[in-house]
Design a protein around this ligand. Structure first.
Ligand code: HEC
Length: 144
């Protein structure tokens, strides 16, 4: 019961994030740009945590939409914050070299209903988040 509550509140949070994102970009593209990198990172962390919960519950198939959500935030950063003052190289460089592979591995593993491979891909994803943080001397850690 408690797990269900925690999960539902996560889902609600994710939906709110998406709504706020789409509303802002719909009404005012320039307003949208005020959403900075750290706020997009918070969205990434919510998706990443929720994906982890599903995988740990042995239900990776429930997290496909969350993986798509995480990927869409990554692509959004590439589109809108590619050249950011807190990034050494443009974000698309890190998307290509770090994030793309684990995200696609995870998507494939989920589609194949392969729990073990989902675990492996998820772990790799978390490692890549943290490797980029190390590179940028960001203390925040994504947790497996
Ligand atoms: C391109 C390198 C890069 C990648 C990849 C990356 N991050 Fe970050 N992350 C950063 C940087 C840089 C900051 C500091 C942002 C700032 O303060 O402007 C940050 C900050 C954060 C924060 C703190 C945000 C805050 O409120 O201060 C969280 C949480 C976070 N990242 C989660 C993640 C997760 C989860 C992933 C993987 C799905 C990820 N990040 C992938 C570079 C990256």
């Amino acid at each position: 019961m408690k797990k269900i509550l925690i999960f539902s509140s996560l889902v609600v949070t994710v939906i709110l994030f998406l709504l706020v994102n789409s509303k802002l970009s719909y009404y005012s593209p320039s307003g949208y740009l005020h959403k900075d990198l750290s706020e997009q990172m918070d969205a990434l962390a919510i998706f990443q945590g929720a994906i982890g919960e599903e995988i740990k519950r042995g239900k990776p198939e429930n997290s496909l939409w969350l993986v798509d959500g995480l990927d869409s935030v990554l692509l959004l950063i590439t589109e809108r914050l590619n050249h950011h003052k807190n990034l050494i190289k443009p974000f698309d460089h890190y998307y290509e070299t770090k994030m793309k592979e684990p995200v696609n591995m995870l998507r494939r593993a989920i589609l194949n209903n392969d729990t073990a491979a989902s675990h492996t891909a998820y772990k790799l994803l978390v490692k890549k988040c943290n490797s980029c943080h190390n590179l940028h001397e960001v203390e925040e850690r994504a947790h497996y």
